[in-house]
Design a protein around this ligand. Structure first.
Ligand code: HEM
Length: 351
């Protein structure tokens, strides 16, 4: 019995003289580029995961280069379409971590040494994406010094206005405001600027008047959101697979990747401006900081500063032993206990 033959219906079956699927997609070099350096079965997953990520990044760069030109020209709708696609690419990259997470620490250890000092840290495409958006740190370019054409690619990008700058140009044009020339520095990481926060605050306060800018901001925030999730997935996967060991690229590994997760909070600052916490004035917040900054104690309440100063100088310094009763130190544990009790619901504990 023979199988179904689609050729009588016109399916092309002879490609000796025609361009085939394999030719068009250059599948021979692509599918022949998975060179394992060990006998470890899982190295194939590791290689393909990186290669596919690089392919998606290639597409993201292709879209972003055009999107920036379109935005420069004020073609908002065309820009939005490209940015929406870039956001989807990141979504795709985010889902891919689920495949990599099937690899256990011991499976990774079986080929880790074969990677030498190579690491995603040296991904020029990743750095280019960061540079295009405006996250520019020239120090990151050093790893490409041995590949002048890649190094030059980053140098050239550094000489162009980033997506952030181009968005600011549109913002300044639409609102008739001018920004400090310092924020247009091309070769530096982005710095927060109050005038920029104020301008976006105006856009978010009256979206119907500034709809295109409002939509642009939301599209960029969408991408930032996906990008941040990618970084988060990366660091959690890395922690799961290598724990707190150093990276093959020589950084502190998880600690370094966590630092990279600390992103700008221009949008948070703007939201803060739009709906500030009612008791904001009661906290000591250094210039440019928002409530989320600080440590596990949160921002410092101004009253705490005064209270501690008086406790040290008056109660400890002047009152000395009398302070135990006079300043209520003796009764303090019971008072704190009562306050906690109100929060957690009172329970009787017998000692
Ligand atoms: C087992 C899987 C992975 C491990 C253990 C791992 C580990 C690391 C570590 C430790 C770093 C910090 C640099 C270093 O010292 O090496 C890093 C950076 C990086 N990795 Fe991965 N990684 C993994 C998978 C991936 C994948 C699939 C990609 C996709 C392209 C990727 C892309 C990157 C990028 C772009 C950086 C630089 C991040 C930055 O500088 O902000 N990694 N990786």
């Amino acid at each position: 019995m023979t199988g179904y033959d689609p050729s009588p219906e016109g399916a092309e079956m002879q490609f000796a003289k025609e361009m085939s699927y394999i030719d068009y997609l250059a599948l021979d070099p692509i599918l022949g580029a998975q060179h394992r350096r060990s006998e470890a079965h899982d190295e194939m997953l590791f290689i393909i995961q990186h290669q596919t990520s690089e392919l998606w990044m290639r597409l993201a760069l292709h879209e972003l280069a055009i999107a920036r030109e379109e935005l420069k020209a004020g073609a908002f709708s065309a820009t939005f379409k490209k940015l929406a696609r870039v956001a989807r690419i990141f979504e795709q990259l985010n889902s891919a971590w689920d495949v990599l997470r099937t690899m256990t620490p011991s499976e990774y250890t079986a080929f880790r040494d074969d990677l030498g000092k190579s690491s995603g840290f040296q991904s020029h495409q990743y750095r280019l994406i960061e540079f295009i958006f405006g996250n520019r740190n020239p120090a990151m370019m050093q790893v490409h010094a041995h590949r002048p054409e890649l190094y030059q690619m980053l140098v050239q990008e550094m000489q162009r206005k980033s997506m952030y700058h181009v968005a600011l140009d549109q913002l300044s044009k639409a609102l008739g405001v001018t920004f400090d020339p310092n924020i247009y520095r091309l070769d530096q990481p982005h710095q927060a600027d109050q005038a920029v926060v104020d301008a976006w605050t105006e856009v978010y306060s009256h979206p119907e008047t500034h709809w295109s800018l409002y939509e642009l901001a939301e599209k960029l925030v969408d991408i930032e959101d996906y990008f941040r999730r990618w970084r988060f997935n990366h660091v959690t996967t890395v922690e799961r697979i290598i724990g707190f060991k150093r990276g093959t690229g020589g950084t502190s590994g998880v600690k370094y990747l966590r630092k990279m997760l600390e992103v700008e909070h221009a949008r948070s600052a703007m939201k803060d401006h739009l709906s500030p916490l009612p008791m904001k004035d009661r906290f000591h917040l250094p210039e440019g900081m928002i409530y989320l900054d600080g440590n596990s104690l949160g921002p410092l309440p101004k009253g705490t500063q005064e209270r501690i100063a008086s406790m040290v100088s008056d109660e400890w310094g002047d009152h000395l032993i009398t302070g135990w009763n006079r300043d209520g130190w003796m009764a303090q544990p019971a008072r704190v206990g009562d306050q906690i009790g109100r929060l957690i619901g009172e329970i009787d504990i017998d000692f």
